[in-house]
Design a protein. Structure first.
Length: 359
């Protein structure tokens, strides 16, 4: 009986090659790698009926000689380990793809997706080890209780701000723009002072997230609130205060309840979606509103010389604070870039993990 060539499908990961040989009820399998060439021989039911099937493949790069294979009623699955964890441009040494070989679209991933899969596996392993460590943490209840209370207070504060501003907007229309600061500032001061906890929490390991994005976020807002609005009375009755406060509070009325639920291991899908989605329009708009506030404050700082830095008497002038503000404008866009990227990654991580769990 002359041996035929079966259909073979392949896919790869950074460390492995997967081959699927389309032969059902395979028997007398002889599969091995010699001199980096995979030899397959076996009997079974393939594309041309019951027969003897064989093929050989010389791999593009070095593989380990041991081969794992599993024969099922429908196919033979072969796994070959690569010598090095690298992505291959193709499977075979010869440039022309053999006619019997095709991509296995059931397992196919491109390089970046495979990297993502690898990272998720690592994250899962880390998560399991963290969770087992956390389970042993005798203060876990206390920590969660503290975070829950922190998030609750912030939620109440920002809800008060949001509802108050919305009601005033409906009642007073555009007139409400001009005294936002005087109505809202005390509660906003309180919430934003308290928000310093958001830098401290990851710094002491209470929440598992980056300190830098939180630092950029909290310090950036506090700079606008305390320095631009707080120290300049002329800024306080400008409409830009309304837009800045409204944009800040809109995200927070979703973010803090999302965290509260996380503290009690609960999730509402719509809330999760909102927390990880509405920052997309809000963040650039927020930065834009903050930039407008900074630009509007520059002539006021120049005029009042407030916060200007005195230079040696011989020079006789002082360095206006507006130079710092111009530098801050550049930093703002850098901050926007860093945090936008961070939030985008958090979103991807969150929804990819959920999707996979659902599958
Ligand atoms: C003077 C020096 C200044 C230097 C800075 C100069 C540059 C300034 C640029 C500033 C630009 C700022 C512009 C900004 O003010 C504009 C606006 O805010 S506009 C409104 C829209 N804004 C937003 O949407 C941002 C909202 N803020 C955030 O999302 C966070 O602050 C941020 C740090 C950006 C991201 O949050 P985080 O990293 O924590 O991500 P996650 O929410 O995904 O959380 C990760 C995991 O940690 C758990 N977690 C986090 N916090 C808590 C908590 N309080 N309680 C319980 N659990 C918490 C969370 O559940 C996640 O866990 P898991 O992964 O298991 O789900």
């Amino acid at each position: 009986m002359q041996a035929l060539t079966p259909h073979v499908y392949w896919a790869q990961r950074h460390g492995e090659i997967y081959l699927r040989v389309e032969i059902s009820d395979a028997q007398n399998l002889n599969i091995g790698v010699e001199e980096n060439i995979l030899h397959f021989r076996g009997q079974g039911h393939g594309a041309k009926g019951e027969n003897e099937y064989e093929f050989s493949l010389e791999f593009l790069k070095l593989v380990k000689p041991e081969v794992k294979h599993k024969s099922t009623q429908r196919q033979v699955n072969i796994t070959v380990k690569k010598q090095e964890h690298v992505w291959w441009d193709r499977l075979t040494k010869q440039e022309r793809k053999p006619l019997f070989l095709a991509p296995d679209f059931d397992r196919w991933l491109d390089e970046s997706d495979a990297e993502m899969e690898l990272r998720e596996k690592e994250e899962k392993i880390n998560k399991v080890s963290i969770e087992s460590r956390v389970r042993k943490d005798p203060y876990l209840g206390l920590k969660k209780g503290f975070l829950f209370m922190y998030n609750l207070v912030q939620f109440l504060g920002y809800s008060w701000i949001f509802v108050n501003m919305t009601v005033r907007l409906f009642i007073l229309g555009q007139d409400s723009f001009y005294d936002t600061f005087h109505t809202i500032a005390d509660v906003m001061y309180f919430c934003q002072m308290l928000a310093i906890m958001e830098v401290l929490n990851p710094a002491v390991g209470l929440v598992k997230t980056g300190v830098i994005p939180a630092f950029i976020q909290v310090m950036g807002r506090n700079f606008i609130l305390f320095v631009i609005f707080g120290s300049l009375e002329d800024m306080q009755n400008k409409p830009v205060v309304f837009f800045v406060f409204y944009l800040w509070s809109t995200i927070e009325i979703f973010r803090y309840p999302f965290y509260m639920l996380a503290c009690i291991d609960t999730e509402w899908k719509l809330l999760t979606w909102l927390r990880y989605t509405i920052w997309m329009p809000l963040y650039p708009l927020g930065v834009l509103a903050e930039a407008v506030a900074v630009i509007q404050s520059i002539p006021i700082f120049d005029e009042t010389k407030l916060l200007s830095i005195p230079l040696p008497k011989a020079i006789g002038i002082s360095l206006s604070f507006s130079y710092i503000l111009q530098l801050y404008l550049v930093l703002m866009f850098l901050g926007l870039f860093i945090n936008f990227r961070h939030l985008y990654k958090q979103r991807r991580r969150r929804f990819r993990t959920k999707k996979r769990k659902a599958n």
